[in-house]
Design a protein around this ligand. Structure first.
Ligand code: SAM
Length: 179
């Protein structure tokens, strides 16, 4: 079993889009409690380098580097780049979501900012041909962000896993073939 039910969403996406072939290095943004890292380890055992990052601590996972901190802070971003040490990444995952207030006027911009920063990180760290999976919430800024992803990847599919609650506005952009 996995630490978090959200693990099944990634397992489903990875299988459907064959994301886990030939992965050397993976970065998982918003990794706590560690479900997605576990899925990568289990479904892609040849992956040598896995980094998880989250505001919250996690129970250590053997073989997974973990950074605790706010991805939007310069300090933490620098810490991540330092750990990568110029290594390029095959797959950037982001399941990041702020604590939702329930008021979409406040929540949606915060969600979009996290997604934008994850995309910026892709531009800085992905190998050509690399992939990106990011959780998005349908609403203001969604279409524009999907367009931005499309500029950078050959193929982008918006996908709602069966294991995602039907009523939630969450979907995943699955982007492959980083240009
Ligand atoms: N994929 C994870 C798993 O399977 O265990 C679950 C991730 S949970 C849905 C979303 C996570 O995003 C939370 O743990 C939250 O702390 C994290 N998060 C939200 N904003 C963040 C930020 N600015 N920097 C880092 N992590 C953030």
């Amino acid at each position: 079993g996995y630490r978090a039910r959200s693990a099944y969403k990634l397992a489903e996406i990875a299988e459907k889009f064959a994301l886990f072939a030939d992965l050397e290095a993976v970065v998982d943004l918003g990794a706590a409690p560690g479900g997605w890292c576990q899925v990568v380890q289990k479904m892609s055992p040849e992956t040598r380098f896995i980094v998880g990052l989250d505001l919250l601590p996690i129970e250590p996972i053997e073989g997974v580097h973990f950074i605790q901190g706010d991805f939007t802070s310069d300090e933490v971003y620098e810490q991540l780049l330092e750990l990568l040490n110029d290594r390029k990444i095959d797959l950037v995952l982001s399941d990041m979501a702020p604590n939702l207030s329930g008021m979409s006027a406040m929540d949606q911009p915060r969600c979009m900012l996290l997604a934008e920063m994850a995309l910026e990180f892709c531009q800085q760290s992905l190998k050509p041909g690399g992939s990106h999976v990011v959780k998005l919430f349908q609403g203001e800024g969604f279409d524009q962000h999907v367009q931005n992803i499309r500029q950078l990847f050959k193929k982008v599919v918006i996908y709602k896993p069966k294991s995602s609650r039907p009523r939630s506005r969450e979907v995943f952009a699955v982007a492959t073939g980083f240009k």
